[in-house]
Design a protein around this ligand. Structure first.
Ligand code: ATP
Length: 255
């Protein structure tokens, strides 16, 4: 039952309690609580902190080892029927496989088909995702001819196709040049107005420019939770003129 005055939707896109996730034999995510609605939620942390492992669980690739996870109101557990959740979820993995002979359009349409979009909606949905990711001019080029940064954008386009309410994006701006990064951040901000977008990133400017909320992971546990402004407020005085307040706040919460 919802409390009077509680205007949150009955089913937040992501709810987790005491979520633990294994990577190999190791418990790489250890007792994380999440309650995430629309917005762009950044996941930060040093190499090996558990960001990718957490995102793999949120994308239903790895089942929880302990705790509970609900996505779009439905429980996620090993052996559960995840098709309905997966239809409503877009996922950009840290690295993804693709058929090098496919064109951008063929690849995005293929992913739309895998997500079980109605056949008559697929061409328009793919075109929209291609346009959103700045790939309009490259839509009919083969993937093998594209640069790494372009492939990253194709990965984002396949995640966006069908306008999912839940987007799990592992380092979406990695390898993308500074000019196009700025456009991607604007895109992410726009998506976060209606969708629940989770991004893992090492790029502190992504956080400042796109994120509405953050968690910082350290050794699989949440070391900080708050807004970018709250992270910046943790910065110690003593600006060296080289590092941003976000970076200094980040260093402080990991100290
Ligand atoms: N397949 C695996 N087998 C064993 N250990 C793994 C495996 N994958 C990841 N790990 C370990 O789990 C921990 C978390 O890894 P994860 O990739 O989630 O971290 P991350 O925060 O995404 O790191 P990065 O910033 O380097 O991408 C690390 O200690 C890593 O070595």
């Amino acid at each position: 039952m919802r409390a009077i005055g509680d205007d949150r939707p009955a089913a937040w896109p992501i709810r987790a309690e005491g979520l633990s996730v294994r990577a190999g034999r190791r418990l790489a995510v250890d007792g994380v609580d999440l309650d995430l609605g629309p917005g762009v939620h950044g996941v930060l942390g040093p190499n090996g902190a558990g960001k990718t492992t957490l995102l793999r669980a949120l994308a239903t690739v790895t089942p929880p080892a302990a705790g509970t996870l609900e996505l779009t109101g439905q429980p996620v557990h090993a052996g559960g029927d995840l098709r309905e959740i997966r239809r409503r979820l877009g996922y950009l993995p840290q690295t993804f496989g693709y058929y090098r002979r496919f064109t951008v359009r063929e690849f995005v349409e293929y992913l739309a088909w895998l997500k079980e979009l109605p056949a008559h909606d697929i061409p328009a949905a793919a075109q929209r995702a291609i346009d959103q990711c700045g790939l309009t001019d490259r839509a009919d080029e083969k993937l093998r001819t594209l640069s790494g940064g372009m492939i990253r954008r194709v990965g984002l386009a396949q995640a966006l196709v069908g306008d999912p309410g839940l987007l799990i994006l592992d380092e979406p701006t990695s390898g993308v040049d500074p000019g196009n990064r700025q456009e991607l951040r604007t895109l992410l901000r726009g998506l976060g107005r209606t969708a629940c977008v989770v991004i893992a990133t090492h790029v502190i400017e992504d956080v400042a420019a796109a994120c509405t909320g953050l968690i910082v992971l350290r050794e699989g546990r949440v070391a900080f939770r708050g807004t970018p402004a709250e992270l910046a407020a943790r910065a110690e005085p003593g600006d060296d003129g080289m590092t941003s307040t976000y970076e200094r706040g980040y260093a402080e919460v990991l100290r």
